[in-house]
Design a protein around this ligand. Structure first.
Ligand code: PLP
Ligand code: COI
Length: 341
């Protein structure tokens, strides 16, 4: 199989249309068999539930070429399970876990020519998603749905790759208490668009959201969870019922404890404590671990000792171990790696 002629090393985090995508339709209470198609467009009724009431959700995971030339996906079963949880909260039908994993594998295999080579710095980003597709005018869930998966080769989520970024404390809330912050609903991202544009216009890379009830505790950013490192090398990560349970964060917690022998605290993190941490990183599929150098709190700056030039030493160890597992350089825990045959 010949790879596409793509400048892998200079890819940003952007959409590039690839050859095949997967689609399965839900009607009369059941999912059809699903197919791969070359058609990247979707036609639907003007009153489709997704268009009127935002009944849509998505997932994000990646495929990698390993050191010995295999193509692998990282923990796709966890994305399938999280999408099931999201669907239940949005009154959408669950797409079975095994079928989700199989659909991801089919899409990666069909677009093998777009999977970035080992060592290129790029990866294949995979986007499973679902939406209510039939006409609904009263506020209620759709009767018909589409589950789809497409993929696109990507580079780093933040410009500059591993260079530390600057974020600001947000005045806008991301998720209400008892709301939808813990699921991957499209609506969580729609409400964040104003805020991310405003942050970029003011020179910040992302927003740090605090808990909306008290505005004293750290939640997450628009697209990643936080990991902090204390001055005595402990990992601290916020625990909250209104943040997305990041698969990257859960994997890093395991890596920190089991591979690096670090102590990990998953607990409420007060914003007041943040100034005392040694390192800060954003973790997610797209972000991997993006180091944060500086946090701007309404003009007051918190500058981490790790600085604005390089990742802090503990963040770097976590990054190297996780990406080592993903790229096949380090042995993975049982069940983390799905080889695409
Ligand atoms: N938090 C939010 C709001 C996200 O959108 C994402 C991205 O998926 C994450 C956290 C990180 O989750 P994961 O590591 O599963 O990609
Ligand atoms: C991911 O990391 O997969 C995400 O979904 C984050 C995103 C908002 C691009």
């Amino acid at each position: 199989m010949e790879k596409k002629n793509i400048d892998w090393g200079n890819l940003g985090f952007a959409y590039m249309q690839t050859d095949k995508r997967y689609v399965s339709l839900y009607k009369d209470g059941k999912w059809d068999d699903g197919v791969l198609t070359e058609d990247a467009t979707i036609q639907m009724n003007e009153c489709a539930c997704v268009l009127q009431y935002a009944q849509t959700c998505f997932e994000g995971l990646k495929a990698y070429t390993t050191e010995n030339g295999h193509i692998v996906c990282f923990r796709p079963d966890l994305n399938a399970e999280r999408m099931s949880d999201t669907c239940k909260r949005l009154e959408m039908p669950v797409f079975p876990v095994e079928r989700f994993v199989d659909a991801v594998a089919q899409v990666v295999k069909a677009n093998e020519a777009y999977v970035p080579p080992y060592g290129s710095g790029a990866t294949l980003y995979i986007r499973p998603y679902m939406f209510g597709s039939d006409a609904i005018i009263g506020v209620k869930p759709a009767n018909e749905y589409q589950f789809r998966v497409f993929c696109t080769p990507v580079g780093p989520y933040f410009k500059g790759g591993a260079k530390p970024i600057t974020i600001r404390v947000s005045d806008v809330d991301r998720a209400a208490p008892h709301g939808t912050g813990h699921i991957k609903a499209g609506l969580n991202y729609a409400m964040s668009l104003y805020n991310i544009v405003d942050a970029h216009n003011k020179g910040f890379d992302e927003n740090m959201y605090l808990d909306p009830a008290t505005r004293t505790k750290v939640e997450e950013t628009g697209g990643a969870n936080f990991l902090f490192v204390t001055k005595d090398n402990k990992i601290v990560t916020p625990k909250s019922p209104s943040i997305l349970p990041s698969i990257t964060r859960r994997s890093l917690v395991y890596v920190a404890k089991e591979y690096l022998g670090l102590e990990v605290e998953e607990r409420e993190v007060y914003f007041d404590e943040v100034k005392d941490f040694a390192e800060c990183g954003l973790c997610g599929t797209a972000a991997v671990i993006s180091p944060v150098g500086k946090i701007n709190d309404h003009g007051k700056e918190i500058c981490f000792p790790s600085g604005m030039d390089d990742m802090g030493p503990v963040t770097k160890k976590l990054y190297d171990t996780l990406t080592g597992i993903q790229m096949g350089r380090i042995e993975a825990p049982e069940g983390w790696i799905k080889v695409i045959e």
